[in-house]
Design a protein around this ligand. Structure first.
Ligand SMILES: Cc1cc2nc3c(=O)[nH]c(=O)nc-3n(C[C@H](O)[C@H](O)[C@H](O)COP(=O)(O)O)c2cc1C
Length: 353
């Protein structure tokens, strides 16, 4: 059983529950993962979407909601596990959110969907670990050198997100369409080699398509310190999304899992539905309100509003919504408790609690 010690923080099982926006991983899911000894993660993508002033006062609504979700997660966890927040680099007002989150009662900031080059400057709270998400050894080396030269610090851990993940993907359309992307296994090998060559001490987690206990064991044997998993946590009772969102996974077939364009500029992976078909036919969906959510998005030319689409999905309006999934989403065939899932993934943990 691989306990992980990072500075003064201990993770009893080598598991991060991946952050899922909008509203799919909030305090309830994160808190229950923590209760089982894992690292629960709240997504910082519009956590305030249910606040009364979300449309008019978005930043404050998000910060207020984040504080409440953190309180909720801490209270459910009963003092166990670690708590993280996932903040996307592509998010508009990234700096404001990074600074605000750094004042909150969390253990880790995880940041991807772009390279978080400025994160150590924005987040200087010594009690908070910083964890970038990368998709290649080249990106990792670039980022670590920048962190060392600008802030004299290494990442506290690194998450490699491979091509089988859910949400936004760090690979080009060409790579995805021609299946010419590197496997997570080969990226891990490259990353471990670069870390060794540079004599850095950085724990490495892997993400994307990890589904079973055997998958976890395989990556630990390849030298990973732990795994990040998201899609499997969607069909748990504790996941913060509407039941219809979870049922979309129960009903999905393998052929329903498709790539989709995103205003972020990155390709995404989602369950096929009316919205995905409309977008793949190059049709646009009129933007009624701009939430100013992603830096790369131009509301005048974007094919759709991703905030609106993700909110529709998490509320259960599946036809109009964007249902992000990892490649294995169709394998989720029943709704279970987080505790059952973690028992299945880490059966030996009971002897170590
Ligand atoms: C519904 C959904 C939403 C996601 N949202 C985010 C997000 O807001 N930010 C992020 O960095 N990753 C996001 N991801 C990626 C996950 O955190 C995770 O790294 C990835 O899905 C792991 O692969 P798996 O789902 O096959 O386990 C999302 C994934 C899903 C399925």
């Amino acid at each position: 059983m691989n306990k992980i010690q990072i500075r003064n923080k201990t993770l009893n099982i080598p598991l991060i529950q991946g952050g899922m926006g909008i509203g799919v991983s909030l305090g309830n899911l994160a808190g229950h993962v923590m209760k089982e000894g894992g690292l629960g993660v709240i997504s910082a993508a519009q956590p305030g979407y249910l606040e009364h002033d979300f449309k008019t006062n978005t930043i404050e609504a998000n910060i207020r909601a984040m504080k409440n979700e953190i309180l909720k997660a801490r209270s459910i966890s009963n003092g166990n596990g670690l708590l993280g927040v996932n903040l996307m680099v592509a998010a508009e007002h990234y700096d404001v959110y990074a600074k605000a989150i750094s004042e909150m009662d969390i253990d880790v900031i995880i940041s991807g969907a772009g390279l978080p080059l400025e994160l150590p400057t924005l987040s200087q709270n010594p009690d908070i670990l910083l964890a970038p998400i990368i998709s290649s050894a080249k990106a990792m080396v670039l980022l670590v050198k920048r962190w060392l030269s600008r802030a004299n610090r290494l990442p506290d851990l690194i998450i490699i997100e491979g091509p089988l993940a859910g949400g936004h993907l760090g690979f080009s359309w060409d790579q995805l369409n021609n299946q010419s992307y590197p496997s997570l296994e080969s990226i891990l090998e490259d990353v471990l080699l670069s870390i060794k060559e540079n004599n850095w001490n950085i724990p490495v987690f892997v993400a994307g398509g990890i589904y079973t206990k055997e998958d976890i064991e395989m990556f630990l044997n390849l030298g990973a310190d732990g795994v990040q998993m998201a899609t499997r946590f969607i069909t748990t009772f504790e996941c913060d999304a509407n039941i219809k969102f979870k049922e979309a996974f129960i009903h999905a077939k393998e052929s329903d899992i498709r790539f989709v364009i995103s205003p972020s500029g990155y390709p995404g992976r989602a369950i096929d539905n009316k919205l995905v078909t409309t977008l793949m036919n190059q049709e646009k969906i009129r933007v009624k309100h701009c939430y100013n959510c992603l830096k790369p998005c131009n509301p005048a030319t974007t094919p759709y509003c991703i905030t609106e689409a993700l909110i529709q999905a998490v509320k259960g309006n599946i036809d109009e919504g964007l249902v992000f999934t990892g490649v294995n989403g169709y394998r989720n065939k029943s709704i279970i408790h987080v505790s059952e899932l973690i028992d299945e993934l880490f059966p030996e943990r009971k002897n170590h609690v």
